[in-house]
Design a protein around this ligand. Structure first.
Ligand code: ZN
Length: 267
């Protein structure tokens, strides 16, 4: 049987069966359309074998064993890029930390039905800037069951206003009048650009302002160059000379800021 292996830049669907090889628990997913086995490592470091329906599990295991060095190499690489708390789910209880604009703040659950606020400043309104190190999240206990939605709503609402300011500041520097911004669900991209419209992932609200500006400037630079050619990066550098350090800081810390809210998106 022909077989192959590949890295996968997405998240794999859950498997129904498993084989154990060394320290790896490898999911096996069967498909009627499949004639061959494919070994995959996804962005999260999950290893999986896609196999034909009639495939014997022992053969799937042998297949994995024969490619163990390859599995080790890529899983180790994914783990290196992933802080330990990366895959941990957030718990919506007092003491848990949640990021906003690159700063971590602790949550306090208080009696009552109060919507989520940060630092006491928001009072149900908009929390535009970084809240400062002493600030904490506050949420009424009666809303604890839908706490995750409360956070995502907070992030989306405030990001919309923040991005309006970022676009107003940066679009003219790229010779643009402006750009419309739509806040999008979490995905594997921070943002995308299409004919004067920026589609922005709400997870941008978790990262610092300098990195939000980098992502938006990057998208605005796509108005002139649609690819990532040398000309594109030169144009970005003319407008934002320190883009490289902003980008590197995002690459190195993105997973930490996003912990509990999904995988680190790409640009
Ligand atoms: Zn790009």
């Amino acid at each position: 049987m022909r077989s192959r292996k590949r890295l996968f830049e997405g998240r794999l669907a859950p498997a129904e069966e498993w084989v154990e090889v060394g320290r790896h628990k490898i999911g096996v997913q069967r498909s009627a359309r499949r004639k061959t086995m494919t070994l995959m490592v996804d962005r999260d470091g999950t290893v999986k074998i896609q196999a034909p329906v009639a495939m014997d599990l022992g053969r799937a295991r042998d297949f994995a064993v024969s490619h163990l060095a390859w599995i080790e190499k890529y899983v180790a690489e994914k783990e290196r890029l992933r802080p330990p708390e990366y895959t941990r789910r957030k718990e919506y209880v007092s003491g848990e930390t949640f990021y906003y604009l690159g700063e971590a703040h602790r949550l306090r659950i208080v009696p009552g039905n109060a919507p989520l606020t940060l630092g006491g400043k928001a009072r149900g309104g908009v929390e535009l800037g970084a809240a400062g190190s002493g600030a904490f999240w506050e949420l009424g206990a009666e809303r604890q069951a839908q706490a995750e939605e409360e956070f995502i709503e907070f992030y989306k609402r405030n990001l919309k206003t923040i991005l309006a300011g970022v676009v107003a500041k940066w679009a003219p520097r790229f010779g643009l009048e402006g750009a419309r911004v739509t806040i999008r669900p979490a995905s594997n991209r921070w943002a995308s650009y299409n004919k004067g419209r920026i589609n922005a992932n709400w997870q941008l609200a978790l990262i610092p302002m300098l990195q939000i500006e980098y992502v938006i400037a990057h998208e605005l630079a796509h108005d002139k160059f649609m690819d990532h050619s040398r000309a594109f990066w030169t144009w970005l550098g003319m407008v934002m000379p320190d883009w490289e350090s902003r980008k590197a800081f995002l690459r190195d810390n993105g997973a930490t800021w996003l912990a509990g809210f999904g995988l680190q998106p790409k640009e």
